[in-house]
Design a protein around this ligand. Sequence first.
Ligand code: UDP
Ligand code: LCN
Length: 745
Amino acid sequence: MASSSSIMKRSESVVDTMPEALRQSRYHMKKCFLKYVEKGKRMMKLHHLMQEMESVIEEKDEKAQVLEGLLGYILCTTQEAAIVPPYVAFAIRPNPGFWEFVKVNSNDLSVDGITAIDYLKFKEAIVDETWADDENALEVDFGAMNFNMPTMSLSSSIGNGVNFASKFITSKLYAQSGSQQLLVDYLLSLNHLGEKLMINDTLNTISKLQGALTVALAALSSLPNDTPYESFELRFKEWGFEKGWGDNAERVRETVRFLLEVLQAPDPVNLEKFFSRVPSIFNVVLFSIHGYFGQSNVLGLPDTGGQVVYVLDQVVALEEELLLRIKQQGLNYKPQILVVTRLLPDAKGTKCNQDASEKIIEMMEGKPDLIIGNYTDGNLVASLMANKLGTTLATIAHALEKTKYEDSDMNWKQLDPKYHFSCQFTADMIAMNSADFIITSTYQEIAGSKDRPGQYESHGAFTLPGLYRVVSGIDVFDPKFNIASPGADQTVGYLEDNKKPIIFSMARLDTVKNITGLTEWFGENKRLRSLVNLVIVAGFFDPSKSKDREEMAEIKKMHLLIEKYQLKGQIRWIAAQTDRNRNSELYRFIADSKGAFVQPALYEAFGLTVIEAMNCGLPTFATNQGGPAEIIVDGVSGFQIDPNNGDESSNKIADFFQKCKEDAEYWNIISEGGLKRIYECYTWKIYANKVLNMGNIYTFWKQLNKEQKQLKQRYIQLFYNLHYKSMVRTVPIASDEAQPTHAIQ
Ligand code: UDP
Ligand code: LCN
């Protein structure tokens, strides 16, 4: 298709260029648009638009000419079109986070720019015309409550919220004289169980604080680095300082200097450094309530994917980091991390719906400093509790379901009996908007890639016809978004042996994981079959053992494929594994066979198995749809494969093994590339550090934007009480019968 730069400047909007684009090949476009509208109302995705366009332009040269022109460029950036004859309304996404909407009249090819609301109405008209025309249809606009909040403007800044927040805090501290007092007041408020930290009331103004810091710095400069805090604690106390600056002269000196720099001139770098030292987090509550957490033998079950693994490792990492930080702050408190969950089998008749906040306060002897939610259910509960207690709130989606099913918003009525998406999307929006910061695993999760919108981005504007229209759900340019990727457990064992290469895959047996797809690719590719064996860990052999509809169907499909391609002897299908340590051994075992890991998912939010495999030195082929595309640098730290192109993918795997046969060193190069990538980007240590820094910065940020936050919270509360509560009553209580996969992570 056309290269954009020569024909369309970035500053130009599609509404300006579209008329000219259509004029360039008016004859063909007339035919093409008539074709689009001839089937009546419908949604068309980009590939449909292209297919039908190609079918009306018969001449090869002309086809190429059209695609290389302006129109080709516009189509490159088109996501979808809503056809409501005589109109074709386009949703165009020139860059991550940026959208434009235009409608073209197929009769005269006139072009008009339209708003997101108008575009949503076109979509609604396809499924529910009365609702689309209803002037009183409910519109939800969280953006309207953000009028005072700064937002970023560059696609490349998305996900780097802490950095932006530091700059904004810095400018706010210098916005007018007296603003710096906000920082002094914040420091004065720091305490743990009533014990004051950092400064006491003696230093209650900026000039007193600055003066005392200067004196302290001079005194510290003559002390050896390792002088313990206790030996100068008394002097510090006399000057108005409390504990928390550091455990020895060197650390205290650094912390003092960071603050002095911040007070001297706007300095976001030192502000971020200073906040990473501030003792404001000791007690953390995590919500992972969808069940199974803390129970054994649950990994690999349909509802218990990476979230359980993630939360377990997250707790360990946060605890280690908190212990280290508290020690380095010169304090000897014991941090507490509480995971709130429920035991599913015991849920009936228990009090799992009762207020946990009292128990938490009792156990922690006070309010938590940070609340972290996990997944839709955990995030919703976390947001309610954080609002009640006034605690800083972080949410983690793991996977937002909206993008997993095509047009899941406008078709919600069909999907609701199975998945209850109307409640889920509503809960997701409440939580996202309540969060002080959102922890994501990849950039893709927020704003997707050049061609594909991100999971959060898809909540920008959408519609649930008959229920409500979301004019502004969440803005991916909001500085609350941050990326902190999970890590892989680095305490894995080692197994010797084995000669023959194995390709290995392990996942829950959901459709989206595409394990049956991989089995089919293997079955189809004779060259690959001659080079390697396939080992799969997923689900059960016996469909009657499963309680999940989607899993049952996949099990049956696996059996059919093994039969169809006569795979016996070349495939080993092992049931879902529940022992994490043994999983590590499995990866190692495959690595010892000089094999590879394959993650063929149709879409993967992040993909813990990808980093687990790489962490064991196993060359990894992973889907290019979603998070793994960001984890793996193709050909350097592993390989990206297209789950929608089985031939190409299985040949890519076969090529790798062919090359390894010819050059034994090649396997090691990719293996080491994967390990290097893990150590640089995907460790729990890096994760915990980032998350705790976020906790510190956003706790202050929240105070700076207190009024705005309160206002938004009121709007959320209204929405929750008047809308969500009545919607959720329609969701039937789960029974022991076969369940749809409702938490399709
Ligand atoms: N897993 C497991 N046994 C299985 C299948 C998966 O222990 O039979 C583990 C796997 O090692 C990984 C997690 O479950 O830690 C799956 O996480 P991932 O992010 O890959 O996918 P999710 O299931 O969350 O969608
Ligand atoms: C859910 C998913 O679908 C995976 O892609 C993630 O790796 C996992 O959660 C952990 O965040």
